[in-house]
Ligand binder design. Structure first.
Ligand SMILES: [Zn+2]
Ligand SMILES: [Zn+2]
Length: 172
C-alpha cells in the first residue's frame, strides 16, 4: 500500500480548506474508521460516516472564513461550513492541543482519494485505500441496519458503541 505524506481537503464551497501533514508515526492502521452512531448519521446525512484520524499537530487550517463548530455532546465539537453546509469532522476539545481530529474522508480532495487520470483515463497516484480502507475500527455497530448497512463494515475491529468493545461478529 502507498501512503501519502500530505493530503488537502475542504468544504464544498471552498470557504474552509485544510491540509494534513502526516507524521512518521502516523497510525495508518486505526486512522481510517467508520461510525454508525445516530449523531454521525444526522450530522453527515449518511448511514455510514467514514473518517480518518489526524493528530492536531498534523492538521493545518488553510482557510476558516466560513468555519463553524457545533457542540454536539460534552467536549465534542463537530466542524462544518456555515455557507455550504459540508460536515468536516469532529474533535474532542477536552483533550486540548493534544487532541485528535476525526476528519470526514469525503472532504479530502479527489486527487488524493482517487488520484488523477492520465491521458488514457487511467487513475494515477490515489491513496484511497490508505485513507479509507475498512480495516480500521468500526464504531457503533449496534446501529447497523439489517439488510442495508449490516455486513458492510467487516475487517478491522468492531465496537458495539463508541469505545465499548471490541465485539465479535465482523472481524475476519
Ligand atoms: Zn463551504
Ligand atoms: Zn459517531
Amino acid at each position: 500500500m502507498s501512503y501519502p505524506k500530505k493530503v488537502t481537503g475542504g468544504c464544498l464551497c471552498g470557504g474552509v480548506r485544510f491540509e494534513i501533514n502526516f507524521s512518521p508515526d502516523h497510525n495508518w492502521k486505526t486512522g481510517p474508521h467508520t461510525c454508525q452512531c445516530t449523531q454521525c448519521r444526522k450530522n453527515s446525512g449518511s448511514l455510514i460516516y467514514t473518517f480518518h484520524t489526524a493528530h492536531a499537530k498534523e492538521l493545518t487550517w488553510l482557510s476558516q472564513s466560513t468555519y463553524q463548530e457545533y457542540n454536539s455532546s460534552p467536549g465534542c465539537y463537530r466542524a462544518f461550513c456555515n455557507n455550504c453546509g459540508s460536515s468536516l469532522g469532529w474533535t474532542d476539545q477536552k483533550k486540548g492541543a493534544n487532541t485528535d481530529w476525526e476528519l470526514a474522508v469525503g472532504t479530502f480532495d479527489e486527487e488524493f482519494l482517487l488520484g488523477k487520470r492520465d491521458e488514457e483515463g487511467v487513475l494515477r497516484g490515489g491513496y484511497g485505500v490508505a485513507l479509507a480502507n475498512f480495516g480500521g475500527p468500526h464504531f457503533w455497530v449496534q446501529n447497523e441496519i439489517p439488510g442495508v448497512t449490516g455486513g458492510i463494515c467487516k475487517g478491522g475491529t468492531r465496537f458495539w458503541e463508541g469505545s465499548k468493545g471490541p465485539v465479535s461478529g465482523g472481524t475476519e
